[in-house]
Ligand binder design. Sequence first.
Ligand code: GTP
Ligand code: MG
Length: 298
Amino acid sequence: MSESAGRFGFVALVGRPNVGKSTLLNRMVGERVSIVTHKAQTTRQRITGVLTRADGQVAFVDTPGIHERESHALNRFMNRTAREVFREVDLAVVLLDATKITDEDRKVLKLAAASPVPVMLAINKIDRLDDRSRLLELTAELTEGQEFAGVYYISATGGDGVDDLINALVERLPEGPPMFEADQFTDRPVRFLVAELIREQLLLQLHQELPYGLTVEIEKFEDQQRRTEIHAVIRVASERHKGMVIGKGGSVLKRVGSRARMAARELLDRPVHLELWVRVDPDWMDRESRLRQLGFSD
Ligand SMILES: Nc1nc2c(ncn2[C@@H]2O[C@H](COP(=O)(O)OP(=O)(O)OP(=O)(O)O)[C@@H](O)[C@H]2O)c(=O)[nH]1
Ligand SMILES: [Mg+2]
């Protein structure tokens, strides 16, 4: 009946670690849906962020960065999550970092070539390029022998080119009613988002390999009259790691707790009481069955 029926669809964001998928998701949705750090392999599970506009709704699916080394069941789970997303969406965006093209990017492009849905290329971090004239050369090289639904040059942090990308995506989506309420910006429950905010602080406060060997679970999440009471467990692989997460006199854990509490307070828009425990669980990241128990599900 109406002349311009709205559009709805799922759009996957795919790419190697650290190219800026989660930053772009947050920018497009206008909320902090997915955690972002300077470290590779920040995102571990898919998370949907919803953008509702007058002409339609887009459900963006952020995925873990596709990476080469699959040393643990967790890595295999992450790569599988990213690879399989092509089959579950209407459109995919492959993200690249304009300042650095790697073998992992080439692997992602190869996967995209087999995609059952159209793929757009978004070349990100153009704000970091001194000489943008190189972009055309780079694009020619990357798209050689491969069809893309469009190529966009963007800065997920600065916002350059992002609106053009969104407009192009919406135009390509099928007509249909929105799946999410207009005020719902993610498919994940708030307790998942809080667990991620704690993990974000751990990634930022701990060095080198350590953050990769831990996971965060929410054991209690209770809205009380004046505040929300949250208890979380940080699972680590060894006693040594436990010591590092706690820090001298509890200093590291205290810092992580207070920063995560502030972030959770902002997210929930009410006071938060956050308690953290550290538990040793040597093979949590090596067994598929254990991962499923901990909520890593496809
Ligand atoms: N200068 C600049 N930095 C960016 C841009 N987009 C993202 N970054 C930075 O790149 C780093 C990685 O960003 P993420 O959004 O976590 O990357 P990701 O692709 O989600 O990474 P994984 O979750 O590990 O796969 C962060 O330090 C971001 O601030 C951009 O357009 N310009
Ligand atoms: Mg990410």
